[in-house]
Design a protein around this ligand. Structure first.
Ligand SMILES: C[S@@+](CC[C@H](N)C(=O)[O-])C[C@H]1O[C@@H](n2cnc3c(N)ncnc32)[C@H](O)[C@@H]1O
Length: 264
């Protein structure tokens, strides 16, 4: 794939995002396991390819789709480094899927559904995923496990005056990155916004540059997701609360779902 040109700011955001978002313990092994026996796998919101590259390395024919060109560029570079030449990368929107192919598994890992605007967008995504399944295929995703009662009032620290907090200082191949974060109270109780400032030091002698990012999360309690899956024509066949995999309980950190088409 030769993607659209990526600006310095976009590349910087993708680089810092990857340092903060390293996945949930056990998730890569879990998704590799659910893909056992599959030939063709589609990952929606594949980002920089953290999971996709592992699946490609295991010999699966993978397609990764993401809206963020800079993250896809990082995925492309990693696939190339690993010699995974057969992987397909698509710059696109997971709520408007029309790939012209079908897959044994459609994966939407690591809260990617929470990046969508609202229930309508989640429904469009799940319907698209269902349309792209081969007979007997399944859709798998994980999101934060949140209780429905959490939706009753706005979250986050009230003031926009709230200080940014340094949450990570790291050094990667390109130099130093400091990540500052604060939560922003959203008027919509179903959303949490996280505001980031990334400070990136270049190679020796280059000045530090800062770039900002807001990452908005839609809260998707199990009760709503179950209703949206049913509306999309998908029937849940597995539910877990952790990647051990452990059953879903009130204390579970994640809501992990495997679903098949009702008509499968
Ligand atoms: C939390 S990251 C998950 C990345 C990857 N799946 C992983 O496990 O590391 C969510 C990804 O969804 C992508 N995304 C958000 N909205 C999207 C949309 N409408 N269509 C496609 N990708 C989207 C973001 O760009 C981001 O890369």
């Amino acid at each position: 794939m030769k993607g659209p040109d990526v600006s310095w700011e976009q590349a910087a955001r993708a680089r810092a995002f990857d340092l903060v978002h390293r996945g949930t313990p056990g998730d890569v092994a879990f998704y590799r396991h659910v893909c056992a026996g599959a030939e063709a796998v589609l990952e929606l919101g594949c980002g920089s390819g953290r999971i996709l590259v592992e699946l490609a390395r295991a010999g699966l024919a993978v397609t990764g789709l993401d809206l963020d060109a800079a993250r896809l560029e990082r995925a492309r570079a990693e696939l190339q480094r690993e010699g995974c030449t057969g992987a397909r990368l698509v710059h696109g929107d997971m709520t408007r899927l029309a790939l012209g192919e079908r897959y044994d598994r459609v994966l939407i890992p690591y809260n990617a559904l929470c990046a969508l605007a609202d229930d309508r967008a989640v429904l469009d995504c799940l319907r698209g995923a269902a349309r792209h399944l081969r007979p007997g295929g399944s859709v798998w995703f994980d999101v934060y496990a949140v209780e429905d009662s959490l939706m009753d009032e706005p979250h986050g620290d009230a003031g926009d005056e709230e200080e940014l907090e340094l949450i990570l200082s790291a050094v990667d191949a390109q130099g130093r990155v400091d990540v500052w974060e604060r939560e922003h109270q959203h008027a919509d109780p179903r959303r949490i916004d996280l505001i980031y400032r990334y400070e990136l030091g270049g190679q020796a002698g280059e000045p530090t540059r800062a770039v900002d990012e807001i990452i908005s999360h839609l809260l998707l309690p199990p009760v709503r997701l179950r209703a949206l899956l049913a509306e999309a024509g998908l029937r849940i066949h597995q539910e877990y609360g952790d990647f051990d995999p452990a059953p879903l309980t009130e204390e579970s950190p994640a809501f992990i779902v495997g679903a098949q088409r009702e008509d499968a």
